[in-house]
Design a protein around this ligand. Structure first.
Ligand SMILES: [Zn+2]
Length: 218
C-alpha cells in the first residue's frame, strides 16, 4: 500500500491509501497539488553491536537524547496538525504519514540508489549513532543503536566513506518511510527507518522519486 501522493491541507502528505493512480478516492481525478520535496531526509538504520563498535571506533559520535521529552514533542506536533499521534503506531507517537502503509516494505531493499539520488539535491551534513534502552516487550535486549545520516539542502557537507561502504553491502528487510508535516518553522523532514539488515544483494531498491518515494526492482 502507498499513501496518496496529494499534499494535505497542512502542507504534509495525504494520509489516505492510494488507488492504482497514486491518489486516494477524495483526491483522484481532481486537480491537486502533489506533496513536495522535504528540506531534510534522515536515514536511520538499526545496527548491531559489532557495527556500533566499528562506527564508534571510527569516531562517529553517540547521542542519547531524553527519549520521553522527544516523545512529548512528537505528540504535541501531531496535535497541532489535528492528528492523533497514536493512530498508526500504538506505542510510538508519530505525526507523519507512513508512505508505504502500516506494514512498510518487507521485500528486501538496497538504499545505494537512494543515496546517489539524494546526493544530487542534498548534502550529508551529519552522521551519529542514536542509542536508547531496548524495549523488552518487542523482544529487544540491552541497548538499541541506530545509525542516523542527515541529508539537508543547507549546511556543510561531510563525506562519511565508511558509512557509504556499509550501505553498499547491506540489504534491509524492513523499511518504513515517514513523510512528516511541516514543523513550526516550515521545515519538512522525511524519515527512512531501516531494520533487519543482511549482508546480501537486494532485488529491490528504495527510490526518492522527488520526495514521493517508491520501491523498484534493481
Ligand atoms: Zn489523498
Amino acid at each position: 500500500m502507498y499513501a496518496c501522493k496529494a499534499e494535505s491541507s497542512g502542507g504534509g502528505r495525504c494520509r489516505n491509501s492510494a488507488g492504482t493512480d497514486g491518489f486516494c478516492s477524495s483526491h483522484s481525478g481532481k486537480k491537486v497539488k502533489v506533496a513536495g520535496k522535504p528540506d531534510k531526509v534522515l536515514v536511520k538504520a538499526n545496527i548491531n553491536p559489532n557495527w556500533t563498535r566499528r562506527f564508534i571506533e571510527l569516531g562517529i559520535r553517540v547521542v542519547t537524547p531524553d527519549f520521553a521529552r522527544h516523545e512529548a514533542e512528537h505528540v504535541a506536533h501531531a496535535q497541532e496538525h489535528g492528528r492523533g499521534a497514536f493512530t498508526v503506531r500504538k506505542n510510538i507517537a508519530d505525526s507523519g504519514v507512513p508512505v508505504f502503509g502500516k506494514e512498510g516494505v518487507t521485500v528486501g531493499v538496497s538504499v545505494v540508489a537512494l543515496i546517489d539520488e539524494l546526493s544530487k539535491s542534498y548534502k550529508i551534513v551529519d552522521v551519529h549513532i542514536f542509542q536508547k534502552p531496548a524495549d523488552p516487550s518487542r523482544g529487544q535486549k540491552g541497548v538499541m543503536s541506530t545509525l542516523v545520516v542527515s541529508f539537508a539542502k543547507e549546511g556543510e557537507a561531510i563525506m562519511p566513506n565508511t558509512v557509504l561502504e556499509f550501505y553498499a553491502m547491506s540489504k534491509w528487510d524492513f523499511v518504513h518511510v515517514w513523510a512528516n508535516p511541516p514543523k513550526e518553522d516550515g521545515t519538512v523532514i522525511h524519515t527512512v527507518n531501516l531494520a533487519h539488515r543482511a549482508d546480501a544483494q537486494a532485488e529491490h531498491e528504495l527510490r526518492f522519486a522527488d520526495g514521493l518515494w517508491a520501491v523498484e526492482s534493481c
